[in-house]
Design a protein around this ligand. Structure first.
Ligand code: FES
Length: 188
């Protein structure tokens, strides 16, 4: 019953910018010469701030304009952050999945905040090799489980951002965050 969706017509172009993870953008921008190493290092270094800076970096997200079924992509500590308002149907679909069927067993309840089960906050970074999955924007291919679809090698995530099919080993990462009001979160 399981199928390989690598041939999915959406987002499969090798030139798709979603295939580039953040560090690789710098890595492929320069030829592999001795001189390039000196240029590349400060760039990579700049893209990898110290642990202190990372620990202090937070992202505030206004949820008030995100309707059920919609999502937004923003950034958290230089990585894409997916903020999605699940519909009641999407919540029910996530809750209907037995944990025994999951590669990385976690309930939707565990992956969300109490009383806010509809708000799914995850990094938009595939846990296989770091591509940005499709699914956060309206009209995106969300894959056969209705969550996210990674066009690089076909990983499929469900409406709780849990890995269901494909090579990715883990669920999309849920960063630490808290609600600062009924319509705002502070991530980090
Ligand atoms: Fe997503 Fe490989 S990076 S499936």
């Amino acid at each position: 019953m399981a199928t390989d969706d690598n041939n999915d017509p959406q987002g499969e172009s090798p030139n798709d910018p979603r295939r580039r993870d953040f560090l690789n953008i710098a890595a492929v921008a320069f030829p592999a010469t001795a001189g390039a190493v000196a240029v590349l290092f400060p760039l990579v270094n700049q893209m990898s701030p110290s642990a202190d800076v990372l620990a202090e970096s937070t992202t505030t997200v206004d949820l008030s304009k995100i309707q059920p079924g919609q999502g937004v992509i923003t950034t958290f500590r230089k990585q894409p952050l997916f903020v999605r308002n699940l519909t009641p149907k999407e919540v029910a679909e996530a809750n209907a999945v037995p944990l025994s069927e999951l590669r990385d067993p976690e309930t939707l309840e565990k992956r969300t905040q109490p009383g806010h089960e509809n708000w799914l906050i995850t990094l938009g970074v595939c846990t296989h090799l770091g591509c940005i999955p499709l699914g956060i924007n309206e009209g995106d291919n969300r894959g056969k489980f209705g969550g996210y679809f990674c066009p690089c090698h076909g990983s499929q995530y469900d409406t709780a951002g849990r890995i269901r099919q494909g090579p990715a080993p883990k669920n999309l990462f849920v960063p630490p965050y808290k609600f600062t009001s009924p319509t705002a979160i502070l991530v980090g």
